[in-house]
Design a protein around this ligand. Structure first.
Ligand code: BES
Ligand code: MN
Ligand code: ZN
Length: 493
């Protein structure tokens, strides 16, 4: 999809459809006012009669507009003008894209970010426009026998008032398109069911990414390699599964080999039954999303391939299934991790930390500047921050604040939670160095505390995305988060 940046008088620009904001109040302003004048007041009439509303998310398509340079107009409710900010812009764009997807219109010009927006520069305004459009138009239909049709939108010019800022906006479009491509990959991988999206499938997809970019290389380790490396924790999780596990490594080289890389690890449990500590039936299908950390990391690598920033990044994805069965790990079993520390597995459903601890030890061998893991790790994190924020845990305040800032800028926010050593108290074990699960209260911090024992002094951050990586109910499906946060962080290094 194309997003050319346009400057110039809104009333005179030819377009199949002008997307115009309606703000609260009696008089139309800015581009909406100018188009209203050229068509003899049709738009203000629609507002007066209540057909068009300023209520956020409301849209009204006005066909056959007489007198204006535009054939049609899509009026979009934008609320109070003084409150119109980044989030409101995103909501307005989504509403517009949804409305357009039902019409089959091929081209439409957005004037939603024409006037300067509070606390939002042209770069982010354009980037938000692109990301929100792609997100709204995303469908997962590869496994339906018939496509649902419509959605012809292929060109969305972005009109801005300040021609001096066109260059910034164009960079926003470039980044927005790349991030959207990464998010689409992440969503596709995560939406695929576990009988298709297996560890080997993730490995194949990683190879496909590496094939597209000359400075991305991939390495896929099999179970015998993991055995050689001493990854007893990772292997204990895959033990009950017939499906072979994989450890996928993707290396992006954007600068000199002497520059320390950023390491990103993504939990890739392609299905989490809980193992012998079997989960209850309700919503168990959603445990196909337990590889959203892996999907995020792979989507982020795709973005790096497209944008080619001058950094080095290594992605490590431990991928396996967590299944019950006669060969499955039992509660009470003790394993030796790659770090040498031993773990008593009290709950086989606390498997994410078991595959991640070995992946973190593996990633630390790259001597990374930062080590960041992304995982659908705990239900407790969902209880703590719901479906809005990523839970952020870190042993380094500078790293944490950079990640929080990236989350704010990209509208993909994170909220910092504690990892103090005291949270590890209930991991005490009489039989091994420590256990993989403790008390229920503070469970997200306990999991993070477990992981922190495998990163030593490396500046490390853990993103618990259990609440934000996918949606349930009618909108069930992967969100592509936190690809925007992670890429924003990496692009700002
Ligand atoms: N993948 C789950 C976490 C999860 C659960 C994410 C529900 C999203 C929705 C993870 O492997 C898990 O089962 N965690 C346990 C840990 C517990 C046994 C210490 C949990 O959160 O209940
Ligand atoms: Mn689990
Ligand atoms: Zn899990």
């Amino acid at each position: 999809m194309e997003f050319p940046v346009k400057t110039g008088e809104p009333g005179s620009q030819k377009t199949a459809c002008a997307i115009l904001p309606i703000f609260e109040g009696h008089r139309l302003k800015g581009p909406t006012h100018e188009v209203d004048i050229s068509c003899g007041g049709t738009l203000s009439q629609l507002v007066k009669t209540g057909s068009a509303s300023a209520r956020p998310g409301r849209t009204l398509l006005v066909p056959n507009l007489q007198g204006a340079a535009t054939d049609r107009v899509l009026l979009v409710g934008c609320g109070k003008e003084t409150k119109f900010n980044a989030k409101a812009l995103r909501q307005a764009i989504s509403a517009a894209a949804n409305a357009l997807s039902l019409t089959g219109i091929k081209e439409a010009t957005s004037y939603l970010a024409y006037a300067p927006i509070k606390d939002l520069d042209e770069y982010y305004a354009a980037r938000t426009t692109v990301e929100a459009t792609h997100s709204a138009l995303y469908r997962f239909e590869e496994l339906k026998s018939k496509s649902s049709g419509k959605i012809k939108l292929s060109r969305l010019p972005i009109a801005i008032n300040d021609s001096q800022k066109a260059k910034d906006a164009r960079l926003g479009v470039t980044h927005g398109r790349a991030i959207s491509t990464g998010m689409r990959l992440a969503r596709d991988l995560a939406n695929r069911p576990a009988n298709i999206c297996t560890p080997s499938h993730l490995a194949e997809e990683a190879r496909t990414i590496a094939k597209r970019y000359k400075n991305i290389h991939t390495k896929v380790l099999a179970e015998h390699d993991m055995k050689r490396l001493g990854m007893g924790a990772m292997l204990s999780v895959t033990h009950g599964a017939e499906e072979p596990a994989r450890l996928i490594v993707l290396e992006y080289k954007g600068t000199g080999a002497d520059v320390a890389p950023i390491a990103i690890c993504g939990k890739g449990v392609t299905f989490d039954t809980g193992g012998i500590s079997l989960k209850p039936p309700p919503k168990m299908d959603e445990m196909k999303f337990d590889m959203c950390g892996a999907a995020t990391v792979m989507g982020t690598m795709e973005v790096l391939g497209i944008l080619q920033p001058t950094i080095n990044v290594v992605a490590v994805v431990p991928a396996c299934e967590n299944m019950p069965g006669s060969r499955a790990t039992r509660p009470g079993d003790i394993v030796k991790t790659m770090s040498g520390q031993t773990v008593e597995i009290l709950n086989t459903d606390a498997e994410g930390r078991l595959i991640l601890c070995d992946a973190l030890t593996y990633a630390a061998r790259y001597k990374p500047r930062y080590l960041i893991d992304v995982a659908t790790l705990t239900g407790a994190c969902v209880v703590a921050v719901g479906h809005i924020y990523t839970g952020l845990f870190s042993n380094n305040e500078d790293l944490a604040s950079d990640i929080l800032a990236a989350g704010k800028r990209s509208l993909d926010p994170a909220w910092q939670l504690p990892v103090d050593e005291e949270y590890g108290a209930s991991l005490r074990s009489n039989f091994a160095d420590f256990a993989n699960s403790g008390v229920r209260d503070g469970g997200a911090s306990i999991a993070a505390q477990f992981l922190s024992r495998f990163v030593e002094d490396t500046p490390w951050a853990h993103l618990d995305i259990a609440g934000i990586a996918w949606k349930s109910s009618r909108d069930k499906g992967a969100t592509g988060r936190p690809v925007p946060l992670l890429t924003d962080f990496l692009l700002n290094l």
